[in-house]
Design a protein around this ligand. Sequence first.
Ligand SMILES: [Fe+2]
Ligand SMILES: [Fe+2]
Length: 330
Amino acid sequence: MSLKNVRLEVMKFLEKDVESLIEKYLIPIEKIWQPTDFLPNSEGDTFFEEVREIRELSKELPYDFWVVLVGDMITEEALPTYESWLMDVEGVNQVDGENPWAKWVRHWTAEENRHGDVLNKYLYLSGRVNMREIEKTTQYLIADGFDIGTDRDPYKNFVYTSFQELATYISHNRVAKIAKKCGNKQLGKMCQIISGDEMRHHHAYSEFVERIFKVDPSQMMMAFYYMMKQKITMPAHFLRESGNKISTAFEEFSNTAQRIGVYTSTDYVDILQKLITRWEIDKVTNLTDEAEKAREYLMNLPARMHRLSERIKIPENSFQFKWVEPAIVK
Ligand SMILES: [Fe+2]
Ligand SMILES: [Fe+2]
């Protein structure tokens, strides 16, 4: 049987459990938080005062903080790209009947959609950012699409999402901590609750991988190996600020996140280590020779990457984005 057909069979085999995994990892719509829970109520009498408070508190947060919050929001707002990508993965099928994997993708998307929504509204009210420039970047990013090197392979895609959900957990959680430290409790709570969603999603995708390891260990190991060898590219790596396709915006956004400690190269290595531990890579049995070698490579990778990450130098000065007005450089 071809590798592709085995994958399709494995996806089919796991289908029966997807419904219960949706229940385990996602929250029913009637119970989950909504963006308006963290924003001024526009029907209420105190709306303007609440907005004024947001604008006052926003002045306390530094330039780099806004750049990171904007970049995080744009990454969330490119959700149409991620949903369409996942819908195209082998074994996911939104056309024929009630395919459980397609249901997972829809329900996951529905939860994710609230992240960009709440951040967008907050940024709009803050008065600290140039919304039109941000909107243009978002439109460019969705129009450009992405290539995360996973092909249509479910194994590679689930490695990617396991990694990425944990990365977004870390960055939203750190943004929350900075906001709280600067006296902005409301924004802190908002980013913390987003990070909670990301953590649940991370656990879900990690369980998908765990289950695949049980039935197709060698190919699952190879998929993990391929993804880590080529490195996990961030979903917003095609980010650009203007019409110019060749742009350093993503690099500068990453530098900014690293400079204020929201997401660093050490975090990348820590995530890799967490996945290795979670999937008990050292204990997987029934591997082919090729997969044994892949395992060895993976086991040695964190230490190797750690040494490399120590050498990375981040520019000290803020990069001037069009998204955030220079007047508030601190
Ligand atoms: Fe998200
Ligand atoms: Fe997520």
